[in-house]
Design a binder for this molecule. Structure first.
Ligand code: NAP
Ligand code: GLV
Length: 314
């Protein structure tokens, strides 16, 4: 049998991934990419390792028994009509990515809390104007999503002294973190949050969750940090909230259209900081091992890890 690797990697990314995958999957036959779907079904492929695979990459593979995403979020894959419904889909879980996400979130929260975006703007105007300083324990931060990334982030923020509230589907107990669960509690979470960090998966229930109505629940001057998916935010509603002065600043790593079009208002907005989807990049060195562990589980007929629930969408 063989393993298909279907990804939209740049030549540099292929150069980083390929040796790591070969090393993590000794004795396996790896087939790189597919530029077109062959007329004759390919019976030899039983595993597909995918990262933003080209359209139809998973068609014509009757022997497929595992689709392993090299990305943590699987919203794009679930929307791909070539993803076979009966084959298990596993997502990437990598402690290295959780750590990177916690670092990005901590940087953004510190920058918002200590007014660093405001000082950067003042520097551009050669303006010397100290702002009042708050302690971390005077700042309420809400983390939306308490999964792999959200838990690591909530813990990192709490360890740095912030008052952290987390929100998830199911009730959770996390030391030093206030938690709420379910849609009815979202308003309660947002209404006190001076900073909101979004780490939800993109599903039917979370698409457009950060909209005019929910952004209005946040206190005046609050900051938004979106590190999950662009479609969680209604971009026009966010721009309106920033322009009206209701929200103070947004740190955005993800967008409806990526790369962010050069004429998009976010690029030049004084209250928006744009990152090019780098909050937690997949590190081939650890991610290849994580993907290989699931391939080994399949070969040894052990239960697969991190299987996506197709019904809930994450
Ligand atoms: P995860 O482990 O699946 O966690 C998802 C969390 O969201 C869970 O706590 C879940 O609640 C909660 N949740 C899901 N739907 C909800 C809803 N409708 N209402 C309230 N809570 C809900 O996912 P993860 O690994 O932390 O990753 C989260 C997302 O981060 C990914 O899906 C991806 O979009 C994004 N991401 C971005 C980057 C980047 O570089 N920007 C990198 C990696 C990932 P329960 O725990 O109760 O089920
Ligand atoms: C990146 O956004 C990922 O989902 O891994």
């Amino acid at each position: 049998m063989a393993i298909l690797v279907a990804a939209d990697f740049t030549p540099e990314e292929w150069a980083a991934w390929w040796p790591e995958l070969l090393a993590a999957l000794p004795g396996e036959r790896l087939v790189r990419g597919r530029t077109s779907v062959p007329d004759v079904p390919d019976e030899s492929i039983d595993v597909a390792l995918v990262a933003n695979p080209p359209a139809d990459a998973l068609r014509g593979l009757p022997g497929l028994r595992l689709v392993q995403s090299l990305w943590a979020g699987v919203d794009g894959l679930l929307a791909d009509a070539s993803l076979p419904i009966s084959v298990p889909l596993a997502r990437m879980v990598d402690p290295g990515m959780n750590e990177a996400m916690a670092q990005t979130a901590l940087w953004a929260v510190l920058a918002l809390h200590r007014g660093l975006f405001c000082y950067a703007a003042q520097q551009r105007r050669a303006e010397w104007r100290p702002q009042p300083q708050r302690r971390a324990d005077e700042v309420n931060v809400a983390v939306l999503g308490l999964g792999q990334m959200g838990c690591a982030t909530a813990r990192r923020l709490a360890d740095n002294g912030y008052r952290v509230t987390g929100w998830s589907t199911h009730a959770k107990t996390l030391n030093g973190i206030t938690t709420h669960a379910g849609p009815a509690s979202l308003g309660q979470v947002l209404v006190t949050a001076q900073i909101v960090v979004n780490l939800l998966p993109l599903t039917a229930a979370t698409r457009g969750l950060l909209n005019r109505q929910t952004l209005a629940m946040m206190p005046r001057g609050a900051g938004l940090v979106n590190l999950a998916r662009g479609a969680h935010v209604v971009e026009a509603d966010l721009l309106e909230a920033l322009d009206s002065g209701h929200l103070g600043h947004a740190v955005l790593d993800v967008f409806h259209t990526e790369p962010l079009p050069t004429d998009h208002p976010f690029w030049r907005h004084s209250k928006v900081s744009v990152l090019p989807h780098i909050a937690a990049q997949t590190d081939p060195r650890s991610a290849a091992r994580s993907a290989a562990a699931n391939v080994l589980a399949l070969r040894e007929r052990r239960p697969l890890e991190n299987v996506v629930d197709r019904f809930r969408g994450y």
